[in-house]
Design a protein around this ligand. Structure first.
Ligand SMILES: [Zn+2]
Length: 462
């Protein structure tokens, strides 16, 4: 194997190796551009028995990535059913995992893109393209970090395993298959978050409550359980009377003929306390005006609370904070009604206890409880060797002493135990993941590569 000269430089008084050479930069950039060129958007279309399970492009991205790994000297494995792949190197009792994903969200509005989302181009030091930030850029940064360590004098005394998921942007079915067939690494990191790192996340519970319809009502509000709705429309036969109620309750609204629109403020459900839920406001106004079990449940048991205190009592802990509760959607037709709720449960609280309390209350209102999605919480203690090692790597490489964070959002890290989300997004840098003109600053791309190389050395070679 060819050895390249490694520069030593002093950072924070320590001898730090700068792993990233010019040759590595240009090779990794070429590789990233080729990976961006594959439009690996989920094409399941409800046909999950198809092969490959999420469409040809995702499969091609997986195979191409495994090919890159093979060329770097890793042993690779392609799941014969096409859900995931992995690549590993080194020997040892312990396995360090690096979990990435190769699927991307759809391009969105093509007219808003300044260049083709699947033809990555550089403008002013930024590489634009779908997946540059989430998660192909960070994936390639971590892979070339591995290559840099391979090319250095360092010797691996642990095994490293890169795991590639294919369904992160939708339902994580790839990781359910991985779990059914493979061993988890002992610990590791996930380059699909923000530096320095996220070490605790609340559990996520999304439920549907269904109930009776109503002849005179037709309501369809909200877009998704995980979004606080900013408007809720209601067709009303007596707008004058309801306007008077809204005015009295100081509920903001507009009227257009028979249509009354209650106005709120939209935020992500994990930050529900910072928004204003238009459905909850509408229910508050309607509860005494137009009786219906779904309206009464929301109006009486949730109201404007975003911590679910009336339903559950106080649910919080020191590490992840308070429970958050969001009424994401409300539908009432003449034949049925449905509410979707999004709850983020502090890591030290039991999900079953929360679910049981909710079931009991909804029963009283004649609503049926159905679990829609559940992701367990993530918690790797701040004092753990993993968190301390990665945090120190970040501090030593950047001089930035931002602290590790906890979150109500869900990173891919929680699909396996003892994993934390570690970069590649830098705090304070603009995030365009999932948006038009997604791009990664090249100096941050190379910086993250350098950080990952140091992390691999400290986790696998020391
Ligand atoms: Zn991602």
């Amino acid at each position: 194997m060819k050895r390249i000269k490694i520069e030593q430089r002093r950072v924070n008084g320590e001898n730090m190796t700068d792993y990233i050479t010019e040759a590595l930069k240009s090779e990794s950039l070429r590789t990233l551009k080729k990976l961006i060129a594959i439009p690996s958007v989920n094409m399941t279309n409800g046909n999950e028995r198809a092969f490959p399970p999420f469409g040809k492009a995702i499969d091609q991205a997986l195979k191409q990535t495994l090919n890159i790994c093979e060329k770097m000297g890793m042993d690779t494995f392609y799941d014969p059913e096409g859900f995931y792949g992995f690549a590993e190197y080194g020997e040892g009792d312990e396995t360090i995992g690096v979990l990435c994903h190769l699927d991307v969200v759809p391009e969105g509005d093509l007219d808003k893109w300044e260049s083709n989302p699947f033809d990555a181009v550089e403008r002013d030091g930024v590489l634009y393209g779908r997946g540059t930030q989430d998660d192909k850029g960070p994936t390639i940064a971590a892979l070339y970090a591995f290559k840099a360590v391979m090319d250095s004098e360092e010797v691996f005394n642990k095994k490293i395993r890169f795991i590639f998921g294919t369904d992160e942007e939708t339902l994580w079915r790839c990781m359910k298959m991985y779990e059914a067939h493979e061993d988890f690494p002992d610990r590791g990191f996930v380059p699909d978050g923000t530096f320095p790192l996220t070490y605790a996340e609340k559990a996520l519970l999304q439920v549907k409550l269904t109930g009776p319809g109503a002849k005179k009502m037709s309501i369809e509000c909200g877009t998704s359980p995980n979004v606080v709705p900013d408007r809720a429309e209601y067709i009303c036969e007596n707008t004058e009377q309801l306007s008077a109620i809204f005015d009295k309750m100081e509920i903001p609204y507009t009227v257009e003929g028979k249509k009354m629109t209650v106005l709120g403020r939209s935020v992500h459900a994990s930050q529900a306390q910072d928004g204003k839920n238009a459905i909850a406001l509408l229910a508050k106004g309607l509860v005494g005006f137009q009786p219906h079990p779904a309206i009464s449940f929301i109006g009486e048991k949730i109201g404007m609370e975003t911590n679910g205190e009336t339903l559950f009592g106080k649910v919080e802990d020191e590490i992840t904070g308070e429970l958050t509760l969001n009424v994401g959607t409300l539908t009432i037709t003449d034949t049925y009604s449905e509410i979707t709720l999004d709850m983020r449960i502090p890591h030290s609280h039991d999900k079953e206890a929360i679910a049981d309390k909710l079931k009991k209350v909804t029963q009283v209102y004649g609503l049926d409880y159905m679990e829609y999605d559940y992701l367990p919480s993530l918690y790797v203690p701040l004092e753990s060797d993993l968190v301390q090692t990665l945090w120190n790597v970040y501090k030593d490489k950047t001089g930035d002493d931002s602290e590790p964070v906890t979150s109500g959002g869900a990173t891919y890290a929680r699909s396996m135990p003892n994993m934390v989300a570690f970069g590649a997004h830098f705090p304070g840098s603009e995030s365009l993941a999932h948006q038009e003109n997604e791009g990664i600053k090249l100096d941050e791309f190379y910086k993250s590569m350098d950080i990952y190389a140091e992390a691999i050395v400290r986790l696998c070679c020391r």
